[in-house]
Design a protein around this ligand. Structure first.
Ligand SMILES: Nc1ncnc2c1ncn2[C@@H]1O[C@H](COP(=O)(O)OP(=O)(O)OP(=O)(O)O)[C@@H](O)[C@H]1O
Length: 246
């Protein structure tokens, strides 16, 4: 791994995300929590990025800010050349709809729709969706597309959730602990799927995890601690997901 500082800023020639002096403070009664305490980093277009850090370090906070689900208290949040920190609520809704595919630890599928229908639903509110059958095949669920979520395993449900995030043809995929509820083997398959999609469809992908071993497959690793960026490393020869053990 090469430390970002050692590469110098010239390396950053195609940034899709630039986080500049981002602070996020939550007030709970008398107590103020600094969830982001002056974060700075960049992400290049097409990268597979892993955000690592202990519980409560601000990982979800910064991912939600990049995805337009939350706003910083102060700072700049450049996504694809626009500072979304300045967006109105309405602009942020359109930004999320058109640009961001979210994958969470829990799949949040609609229980009374089939796998296919859960994915297809998104295409009805997307400006430039991909073909649903192609994406169901991409996540190896063509045979199970008529099943309801309760008739699918956890790994299969997460694959539906990934298909739902991808089918809208977003600018980037944001994944918050996507393997958190899965066993080792299934978790690895889901990571491999996300990595394959990143490489094949060239979707910038940002994954939050507690699992430091996952860093080996990333192009860029952002370590977060106490609301601050502890380090950024660029990995010029990432490991294939199937070679990663933990
Ligand atoms: N809506 C909120 N209101 C108040 N405090 C919050 C809120 N969201 C997050 N926090 C606090 O901000 C800090 C950072 O939280 P965040 O969820 O970003 O951490 P995290 O690194 O993603 O943690 P985990 O790995 O446990 O999910 C924590 O102290 C958390 O309690």
């Amino acid at each position: 791994m090469v430390k970002y500082d050692e590469l110098g800023c010239d390396f950053m020639n195609d940034n899709i995300v630039v986080i500049k002096d981002v602070y996020k403070e939550y007030t709970m009664g008398e107590v103020k929590v600094k969830a982001a305490d002056g974060m700075n980093f960049e992400i290049q277009r097409g990268e597979f990025v892993v955000v690592l850090g202990p519980s409560g370090s601000g990982k979800s906070t910064v991912l939600n800010i990049i995805g337009g689900m939350d706003r910083p208290t102060s700072g700049e949040v450049w996504v694809d050349g626009k500072d979304i920190a300045k967006y109105s609520d309405k602009d942020l809704t359109i930004f999320r709809r058109d640009n961001v595919g979210f994958v969470f630890q829990f799949y949040n599928l609609i229980p009374n729709l089939t796998a296919y229908e859960n994915v297809d639903l998104v295409t009805q509110v997307s400006t430039n969706p991909l073909n649903v059958d192609d994406i169901m095949s991409e996540v190896s669920l063509s045979e199970r597309k008529g099943n309801f979520p309760s008739q699918l395993s956890g790994g299969e449900q997460q694959r539906v959730a990934i298909a739902r995030a991808v089918v809208k043809n977003p600018l980037m995929l944001l994944c918050d602990e996507p393997t958190g509820a899965l066993d080792y083997k299934t978790g690895k398959l889901v990571l491999k799927l996300l990595h394959d999609i990143n490489r094949k469809l060239k979707k910038t992908t940002i994954i939050i995890t507690h699992n430091a071993a996952v860093a080996a497959m990333a192009d860029r690793v952002i370590k977060v601690r106490s609301g601050m960026v502890e380090s950024v490393s660029v990995n010029l020869s990432p490991e294939p997901p199937e070679r990663i053990e933990w």
